[in-house]
Design a protein around this ligand. Structure first.
Ligand SMILES: O=C(O)c1ccccc1NCC(=O)[C@H](O)[C@H](O)COP(=O)(O)O
Length: 261
C-alpha cells in the first residue's frame, strides 16, 4: 500500500516523499479516535447550486506565504459566508498546516471537513477520521494504481474520498478505481501551472464516460465570472488562496458566490 514515489516528478514528488518519511516514523494508530459522528461530505456537495469547499491555507509552493490564519476563526467565517464544507491543509512544511488545525476546525464548525493532505501511507486514513475529517484527499498522480486500494480503505473507515486528477489518463484511472467524488485540479502539481480550461474539459470527459458521481473543480478561482463555466456541470468548487488572502473571509465568499447560488 506504499506508492512508488520515486517515479512522481516535480514538487508533488518532493512533498509526497517528505510526507511519507514523516508519517512512517509515527506509531500506527497514535491519534485516538473519539468515535464522533461526522457530517456527510457528499451530501453537502450535492445540495442544489454550486457548493463551495473553502480551504484553510497559510502558504503553498506556488504562492509562498498567503496569510497567517487562525484556522478555527477563519473556518467559522467560511461557515457564516455559506461554505458547505471546509478543506484543512494538514501538511506542515510546504503549507504550514497541522493536525491540530483540523481538530480545532472540527470543534469550531458543523460543516463536513476534508483533510487536505498528501495521502501516501495507510495510517493517514484512520488518522483523518480520528481528527474529525469526513473525507480524505487521494491524488491519482501520487497513488497511481493504488488509488482503488486507498478508496476501499477510506470506505472501511467510514470516510469519503475526493479523488484528484489533472489529466485524461488520471481521470480514466480514477473512474476505473470507482471514485464517487472526482476533483479536477486546474493546477498541475508537478509544474504548478494553472490552466482554467482543465476542469471544464475533464468534467465533460467524465460525464461523457457515464460518470454520475460528484465533480469538484479545484484551484485558481478568485472571481465570480470564473465560476460560470462550472454551472450545471460541476457540483462544487474548491477555493483556497483567494479566500485565505482576503482578510474578510465571509465577505469574500459572498462576493465570489454571488452568481452561483
Ligand atoms: O497550491 C499549491 O501551490 C500546491 C502545490 C503543490 C501541491 C498542491 C498544491 N495545492 C493544493 C491544492 O490543490 C489547492 O490548495 C486547492 O485546490 C486550492 O487552490 P487555490 O484556490 O488556487 O489556492
Amino acid at each position: 500500500m506504499i506508492p512508488r514515489l520515486d517515479d512522481v516528478p516535480g514538487v508533488l514528488g518532493e512533498i509526497c516523499r517528505r510526507r511519507l518519511d514523516e508519517v512512517s516514523r509515527r506509531p500506527y494508530g497514535s491519534v485516538p479516535d473519539l468515535g464522533q459522528t461526522l457530517p456527510s461530505f457528499s451530501r453537502a456537495l450535492a445540495l442544489p447550486g454550486l457548493s463551495l469547499i473553502a480551504e484553510v491555507k497559510r502558504k503553498s509552493p506556488s504562492q509562498g506565504d498567503i496569510a497567517p490564519l487562525d484556522a478555527p476563526a477563519v473556518a467559522r467565517s467560511y461557515e457564516q459566508g455559506g461554505a458547505r464544507a471546509v478543506s484543512v491543509l494538514t501538511e506542515p512544511h510546504y503549507f504550514a498546516g497541522s493536525d491540530e488545525d483540523l481538530r480545532a476546525v472540527r470543534r469550531a464548525v458543523g460543516l463536513p471537513l476534508l483533510r487536505k493532505d498528501f495521502t501516501v501511507h495507510p495510517s493517514q486514513v484512520p488518522e483523518a477520521r480520528a481528527l474529525g475529517a469526513s473525507a480524505v484527499l487521494l491524488i491519482v498522480a501520487a497513488l497511481g494504481g493504488l488509488t482503488g486500494d486507498y478508496l476501499e480503505l477510506a470506505r472501511r473507515h467510514g470516510l469519503e474520498a475526493l479523488v484528484e486528477v489533472h489529466d485524461e489518463r488520471e481521470l480514466d484511472l480514477a473512474l476505473e478505481a470507482g471514485a464517487e467524488i472526482v476533483g479536477v485540479n486546474n493546477r498541475d502539481l508537478v509544474s504548478l501551472r494553472v490552466n482554467m480550461d482543465t476542469a471544464p474539459h475533464l468534467g465533460e470527459r467524465a460525464r461523457s464516460k457515464g460518470f454520475t458521481g460528484l465533480l469538484v473543480a479545484e484551484s485558481g478561482y478568485s472571481r465570480p465570472e470564473e465560476l460560470r463555466p462550472l454551472a450545471g456541470r460541476f457540483d462544487a468548487v474548491l477555493v483556497g488562496t483567494s479566500l485565505a488572502r482576503s482578510g474578510d473571509w465571509q465577505g469574500a465568499i459572498e462576493a465570489l458566490m454571488a452568481d452561483s447560488r
